[in-house]
Design a binder for this molecule. Structure first.
Ligand SMILES: [Mg+2]
Length: 210
């Protein structure tokens, strides 16, 4: 499961850069959306611009950011069905973890970029399934690892950073631009708006996934 704008309402990472990064992040974002940098490289560049501490960032996130309706109920339903929900996000641990823990979901596995706070800015690192540092293809590298271990992968995502992983998954739950991508590329998918809806679809289709 992707996190930003898939589990969260809106894109927390963009809200953070809007609030804490100097305006040049928008130029860097254009270089990412035009394909000059991977999402991983772009996050390394953009978070390095943010000279704020962890407590300020987390206070902002907890005061302003929320998860889509029904997420904690959805996670419980996954466990009941025998599925293991895992967040694999190219976003940052320091905003994903507090938002997930606020929902009481302390055991939910979170695989994401790791941020460390320095006076000059936030250092971002990505480690692949083999523990080695990587600079692109983070989400799909974990998807391939799960598939290689024999798992059926049901992928949840929202945008271009999910396209590769979605095209290799067994089934996709899509919102925003990922919906159109799945349609255009004949990828088996369902569109969902919140996690009460996702839960209904999952329960209905679950037997067909195994
Ligand atoms: Mg996203």
């Amino acid at each position: 499961m992707d996190f930003d704008n898939t589990i969260s309402v809106g894109n927390v990472s963009i809200e953070l850069r809007n609030e804490f990064a100097p305006a040049i992040w928008r130029e860097m974002e254009k270089e990412y959306t035009s394909g000059k940098f991977s999402v991983e490289e772009s996050n390394v560049r953009q978070y390095a611009l943010i000279p704020f501490g962890q407590s300020q960032i987390q206070s902002f996130v907890l005061a302003n950011c929320y998860l889509k309706d029904g997420f904690s109920e959805f996670v419980e339903t996954c466990y009941t069905l025998g599925a293991t929900p895992v967040i694999v996000s190219s976003g940052l641990d320091f905003y994903i973890v507090p938002l997930i823990e606020r929902e009481g979901l302390k055991n939910l596995q979170i695989i994401s970029a790791k941020g460390s706070f320095h006076k000059s800015g936030i250092e971002v690192n990505y480690f692949g399934p083999n523990g080695k540092q990587i600079s692109k293809g983070f989400k799909e590298s974990y998807l391939r690892d799960f598939k290689a271990a024999g798992h059926t992968v049901i992928y949840f995502g929202d945008n271009e950073s999910d396209f590769v992983a979605a095209s290799e998954a067994d089934f996709v739950f899509a919102c925003d631009s990922l919906v159109q991508y799945c349609k255009l590329n004949s990828i088996p998918h369902k569109e969902f708006r919140d996690y009460f809806e996702a839960q209904e679809i999952l329960v209905e289709k679950f037997d067909s996934f195994n």
